[in-house]
Design a protein around this ligand. Structure first.
Ligand code: SAM
Length: 186
């Protein structure tokens, strides 16, 4: 298959953006799959800050990365990233929506999501990447999708490149990716 699916493409971009020793953020740890992937990319000299508001997600993520000493799993909203991270980051990843196999009524919400994206863009180094995988099929999902798209579409072109990667002929609101790269300022 030539056209990569959305999640493998997201990982591909993260691989380009994250090198050994980098600091990175998983803004929606969930079951910890992205946290583990980032921990492997950042290596022992790097650091992953993983956030979630659900105890179950924190537990699952801690279990998944138990062999890695480079992960801080933080029970707090990603709206408070700036209270936990002050270092420059190479990348941040968001998987919006609800925890698979978890409580489907606990979802990411536009106000906190936008606050978190803003903080990640502040912390992001030049050439760094913020990847946001957007699911909108659930209740409340389309409102968050629209708020995120509205926000990222207005990011200044002089500072950021913003792209959307989406299959446009699929049914049932499949996830799509928004990727933001901070440009080198001359
Ligand atoms: C789609 S899941 C993430 C899946 C995850 N990437 C994985 O690999 O399993 C979304 C997660 O965002 C979490 N979440 C919702 N609101 C949040 C917030 N304000 N701050 C941090 N995490 C939040 C949910 O608890 C849920 O676990």
């Amino acid at each position: 298959m030539t056209l990569m699916r959305v999640l493998p493409f997201t990982k591909f971009l993260l691989e380009q953006a994250v090198a050994e020793g980098d600091k990175v953020i998983d803004a929606t740890a969930g079951n910890g799959h992205d946290t583990l992937f980032l921990a492997q990319l950042a290596g022992d000299a790097g650091k992953v800050y993983a956030f979630d508001i659900q105890e179950d997600a924190i537990r699952a993520t801690k279990e998944r990365v138990k062999d890695y000493g480079n992960v801080d799993v933080i029970l707090d909203s990603h709206a408070n990233i700036d209270q936990h991270v002050s270092e420059e980051i190479a990348a941040a990843v968001f998987n919006l929506g609800y925890l698979p196999k978890g409580d489907h009524s606990i979802i990411t919400k536009s106000a906190t999501t936008l606050a978190a994206i803003t903080q990640c863009l502040e912390l992001l180094k030049e050439t760094g990447l913020v990847a946001i995988v957007i699911y909108s099929g659930h209740e409340g999902g389309s409102e968050e999708r629209d708020a995120v798209m509205d926000f990222v579409s207005q990011l200044p072109q002089t500072k950021f490149d913003v792209m959307k990667y989406q299959f446009i002929n699929q049914q049932h609101s499949p996830p799509f990716l928004v990727a933001i790269e901070k440009k080198i300022q001359k």
